[in-house]
Design a binder for this molecule. Structure first.
Ligand code: 5GP
Length: 107
């Protein structure tokens, strides 16, 4: 069965899309920690980020870096934090969390 993120990538579940390329899709988290909290998801349905091949991890991080630059330009956070996949959705992803104050929690 398709994961919730595959349904989002396929447009079966609506999302606020930020960007995509051949292998990745970026969209706003439905339950943001901060304004601009973005999820970067692999289009390949791999359960866990660290099960990806090394080159896939590199490519996902390169794509995430571009998105983080866009967040910096659009929202001017102090910095954009990076969290690699928690426990909720079994589909490889990276959280990009803009941080606006030094005391703001990442999660
Ligand atoms: P994790 O698996 O890293 O613990 O968390 C998954 C993240 O996906 C959560 O931050 C959650 O808010 C987000 N999420 C879960 N379902 C949806 C959804 O249907 N749409 C969007 N935009 N985000 C979702």
């Amino acid at each position: 069965m398709a994961t919730i993120f595959t349904k989002i990538i396929n447009g079966d579940i609506p999302s606020y899309q930020i960007a995509e390329d051949e292998n990745h899709f970026a969209f706003l988290d439905i339950n943001p920690i901060a304004e601009g909290h973005t999820l970067v998801v692999t289009k390949q349905e791999t359960d866990y980020f660290f099960d990806l091949k090394d080159e896939q991890i590199r490519d996902a991080m390169k794509f995430a870096k571009k998105i983080a630059k866009g967040i910096d330009e659009a929202l001017s956070p102090l910095r954009t934090g990076i969290i690699v996949q928690g426990l909720e959705v079994p589909h490889a992803h990276i959280h990009l969390v803009p941080l606006y104050t030094k005391t703001q929690p990442m999660a």
